[in-house]
Design a binder for this molecule. Structure first.
Ligand SMILES: Cc1cc2nc3c(=O)[nH]c(=O)nc-3n(C[C@H](O)[C@H](O)[C@H](O)COP(=O)(O)OP(=O)(O)OC[C@H]3O[C@@H](n4cnc5c(N)ncnc54)[C@H](O)[C@@H]3O)c2cc1C
Length: 504
């Protein structure tokens, strides 16, 4: 079953006449076994999708083919085939394609040839002492973390599957357990729409050691290629974080009537530097995956540093929590006590904060109900990702809006509040649904309502799913900002070859 939004239901897109020839040339570059072209595409008839289903039941876009290069040079040559804009097919890129809830592997618009970069999977270079790695898009968080095991550096991991891409996630401004992943991006290798390959930001210099610094001199260019349709990324330099000597996660619970006061109290701890990394606050629905007591919110506060610092900070957080009288439970030793009922989950949570993604995806599966490899075929999942001020009243308002959506649609959303600092929360709203027509329809209606209600409140999304790609225009602040972005797009990509509709 595929959800078809009304405007595009039944919409047929035909392959450009010259597409077969362009894909043939791509096959000469990457090898025939690394190009998928539906028979119908060559014949110029209506097309089937070679991407398969997606977990969100978004309408499958018409895809004219999939090309799977294995080197940056192959990417450069394939992009070059499209550079003159003579074929009207456009290029959509993914790294490992785990963009679940926002579109999975699907492009925003119909009529794309998809560049699957999972085969570019080299860790080209790494310097643990200096704290950087040069990664290709197909490098997964599990692989890099394994390489760093036992070293003095760690990766800022996300709680998505261990098999997802470090680079792909950062390019959509993903959020790790230490901070937003864009903060770890220090340099990018980019194939421009012309087919030229450039490097921006910081890159290792074989002849001398330079400090890792992403901005360079003059305009800072790395961020120009994040959530951007200005190029295809073939590698990135990524910061590796110092590994803390010790680390603990304090677990707290509070009842829903205390949302405003308890989140306000946690904000005070964050602003006073009592926590490290991203404090996470889960509503009742989201907390279930962590075996949290029913009907309660769950908070994870990470503290790290030397053992003395961890002991002291843990003690302070626990004392503050008890003193506030807002929490029903406070625990800081579950991961060290094999008899604690929550021991196994607590260990997995602490390991993730310490840079080790769980290769068995136990918590990921508890959230999605499916292993990553079968999620797109069998699961039902949508994301809505607004930013919200980190204040008790704003987070209590989030609760009210989510409850309003439940009353209107019957969909009970999970909410995870990721504190990105003392003033900002990445509010992850999830909708898990059964893969049946009426449930999917209600979940998509809930998603639409969330966009309208949250945006009216000033809670603006920082990542968009493919069905709401056009919201980028409605949501951008700043006089002339969108017009300037378009000016850049027209100058760099005059034929709009790369990722049309994705944030542009
Ligand atoms: C249970 C669950 C938990 C999750 N937890 C998190 C989390 O903690 N943090 C988080 O951020 N997300 C999370 N996600 C969302 C998602 O799974 C991750 O963001 C994941 O890393 C994205 O998949 P990917 O790395 O394969 O990126 P991809 O799907 O490959 O890429 C994402 C997008 O970036 C662009 N892109 C990728 N590569 C390139 C390239 N080389 N050149 C140009 N553009 C490119 C494309 O637009 C692409 O659609 C979660 C999802 C689920 C279901």
């Amino acid at each position: 079953m595929t959800v078809l939004p009304e405007a595009t239901a039944g919409h047929e897109v035909f392959a450009p006449d010259d597409l077969g020839a362009v894909l043939d040339k791509a096959a000469q570059v990457v090898g025939a076994d690394r190009v998928i072209y539906p028979e119908e595409a060559v014949a110029g008839g209506p097309l089937s999708t070679p991407l398969g289903p997606n977990v969100s039941l978004y309408r499958s876009r018409t895809v004219f083919g999939v090309v799977r290069p294995q080197t940056a040079e192959e990417v450069r040559r394939v992009v070059g085939l499209f550079a003159d804009g003579r074929t009207s097919a456009r290029l959509h890129t993914f790294s490992t394609g785990g963009n679940w809830g926002l579109g999975s592997r699907e492009p925003a618009q119909d009529g794309a040839v998809v560049l699957d970069l999972s085969g570019l999977d080299q860790i080209r270079d790494i310097d643990v002492a200096q704290g950087w790695a040069v990664l290709e898009p197909g490098v997964t968080q599990a692989r890099l973390a394994r390489l760093l095991e036992g070293s003095e550096r760690m990766l800022n991991v996300t709680v998505s599957s261990a098999g997802t891409s470090v680079v792909g996630n950062a390019l959509d401004r993903g959020v790790g357990l230490r901070h937003q992943r864009v903060d770890d991006l220090t340099g990018l290798e980019v194939v421009l729409p012309s087919g030229e390959l450039i490097r921006v930001g910081w890159w290792p210099d074989a002849d001398r050691t330079t400090p890792v610094y992403s901005h360079g001199l003059g305009p800072s260019l790395v961020q120009l290629f994040v959530q951007s349709s200005l190029g295809v990324i073939t590698a990135a330099t990524v910061r590796l974080l110092p590994r803390p000597e010790d680390l603990r996660v304090v677990r707290l619970n509070f009842t829903p009537d205390k949302v405003e006061a308890a989140t306000g109290e946690v904000q005070r701890w964050v602003s006073q530097g009592l926590s490290r990394g991203v404090v996470k606050i889960y509503n009742e629905a989201a907390a279930k995956a962590y075996d949290s007591p029913a009907g309660q919110y769950l908070v994870h506060v990470c503290v790290d540093g030397t053992t003395e610092a961890v002991d002291a900070l843990c003690g302070i957080v626990v004392t503050e929590a008890v003193k506030s009288g807002l929490f029903t439970a406070v625990a800081d030793r579950d991961a060290r006590d094999p008899d604690a009922p929550n021991h196994d989950i607590a260990v997995r949570v602490e390991r993730a904060y310490a840079g080790d993604p769980d290769p068995t995806d136990v918590l990921f599966e508890a959230k999605t109900g499916r292993p990553a490899a079968r999620l797109d075929e069998e699961g039902g999942f949508l994301f809505f990702l607004p930013l919200v001020p980190f204040t008790g009243p704003a987070l209590a308002r989030v609760d009210e809006l989510v409850e309003q959506v439940r009353v209107e649609t019957g969909i009970r959303c999970g909410v995870t509040l990721n504190a990105l600092g003392p003033d900002l929360v990445d509010c992850v709203v999830t909708m898990k649904f059964a893969r049946a027509e009426d449930e999917a329809e209600r979940a998509h209606r809930a998603l639409d309502r969330l966009h309208k209600l949250f945006v009216a409140e000033g809670f603006i999304p920082y990542r968009l799913g493919i069905e709401h790609a056009d919201w980028a225009d409605r949501l951008s602040a700043g006089t002339g900002a969108r017009a300037f972005a378009r000016l850049l797009k027209d100058a760099v990509d005059p034929h709009h070859v790369i990722a049309p509709g994705r944030y542009t």
